[in-house]
Design a protein around this ligand. Structure first.
Ligand code: ADP
Ligand code: MG
Length: 248
């Protein structure tokens, strides 16, 4: 058996916006790999290239130079259609502004990526209900976004990101619009997901959020200046967590 490839494998990625005198070098040769089950925070000040890296990692954009392999697939070789299929199948997105569809129930919002993925109605419903139960919203499935608090809306977004069982959960400032209490709730959910073996990459500029991750990558001016793992004493070791994930 060949070992599983890293979930993310970014090799010497550069990104240049524009040309000539006005060219902006947003990424200047970023390399990083993220293995299955890791929980990584990407930090950096405004303009350091976080969103640019996020767009590449999320298959929303391609690097100017360098390569990116997502779960073993070389993204640079794909056309727009294949890229969107890969994105739908492999990545669950969580955004700062929740990005739920208004006037659609929580359940319908969570079903959406499954609908795009061609999953049948009955199966879709069961899986969406299970995902909402996992974020503590079993009793809110029929509520529309405007009938939910910000914290609840972000939990719906997490359920939507999870429902396809993606290889990667990718979050861009997921606590940026949340109050202290909802931030704590969301971080608790991410902790639990990490414990059950989910791979999580989140962008944040908040130290307290980054402190919950097991690894912190710091970007300065389009380059990685720090890549630090910190030992967490709580939670089972990775092997046990993966066995748990397999048993679910
Ligand atoms: P961050 O998310 O860390 O704030 P970004 O990745 O958004 O940083 O931006 C990195 C640099 O690239 C900044 O100097 C920004 O102005 C520039 N930039 C980002 N997107 C574009 C774009 N579409 N066109 C031109 N320049 C851009
Ligand atoms: Mg940004």
């Amino acid at each position: 058996m060949t070992p599983a490839p890293p979930v993310l494998d970014v090799r010497g990625a550069t990104k240049v916006y524009g040309t000539g005198d006005t060219a902006v070098h947003a990424l200047r040769g970023v390399s990083m790999t993220v293995e299955r089950g890791e929980y990584v925070a990407i930090m950096g000040t405004s303009g350091s290239g976080k969103s640019t890296l996020m767009n590449i990692v999320g298959c929303l954009d391609i690097p100017t130079d360098g390569r990116y392999l997502l779960d073993g697939t070389d993204v640079g070789s794909l056309d727009e259609r294949r890229l969107s299929i890969l994105r739908n199948r492999k990545i669950g997105f969580i955004f700062q502004s929740f990005n739920l569809i208004p006037r659609m129930s929580a359940l319908a919002n969570v079903e959406l990526p499954l609908a795009y993925g061609g999953v049948k109605t009955a199966d879709r419903r069961l899986r969406a209900e299970a995902a909402l139960a996992r974020v503590g919203l079993a009793d809110r499935v029929d509520h529309e976004p405007n009938e939910l608090s910000g914290g609840q809306q972000q939990r719906v977004a997490v359920a939507r990101a999870l429902v396809t069982a993606p290889a990667l959960l990718l979050a861009d400032e997921p606590t940026g619009n949340l109050d202290t209490r909802s931030t704590a709730d969301l971080l608790g959910i991410l902790d639990r997901l990490s414990t059950t073996g989910r791979t999580i990459v989140l962008i944040t500029h908040e130290d307290e959020v980054a402190a919950r991750a097991k690894r912190v990558i710091r970007l300065v001016d389009g380059q990685v200046t720090e890549d630090r793992r910190h030992a967490r004493v709580d939670g089972p070791p990775p092997a046990a967590a993966q066995a748990m994930e397999g048993a679910r």
